[in-house]
Design a protein around this ligand. Sequence first.
Ligand code: SF4
Ligand code: SF4
Length: 131
Amino acid sequence: MASITKSRMLEEMKLQSGQDPSCCYQCAKCSAACPVTAAMDLLPHQVIRYLQLGLEEELLESRTPWICASCFTCAARCPRDLDLARMMEGIRLAILRRREGNKFGPADLAPEQLSKLPQQALVSAFRKYNK
Ligand code: SF4
Ligand code: SF4
């Protein structure tokens, strides 16, 4: 995980989500509304702050992006129209795409799996985990 550089993770998250963390002014309304903060080690607005400050090693170790249930409550409350659910998904993708051991290709699947699985699912999975 340490191989993810600061700028690459931030840029990839922005590309994936279409959201710009620099727009956040840390009002914390997202965290006040989030229904699963009890299970998080960083509150949603803190995730944004960590992104703003480039504290990406800490983000990589955080449970929060994986706890987020993509319920969009925070997006509905955000006065800056930021979509944290999309940002969390962008962070998850940035982590998964670079983690050792999370890549796979057609050779990793048995022939019967390749013939039975929906093509769309296979292509999506290869795109998600192969970059
Ligand atoms: S509600 Fe929006 S502006 Fe306020 S802290 Fe959360 S993301 Fe930032
Ligand atoms: S989308 Fe995620 S961060 Fe936002 S309120 Fe729902 S669980 Fe919390």
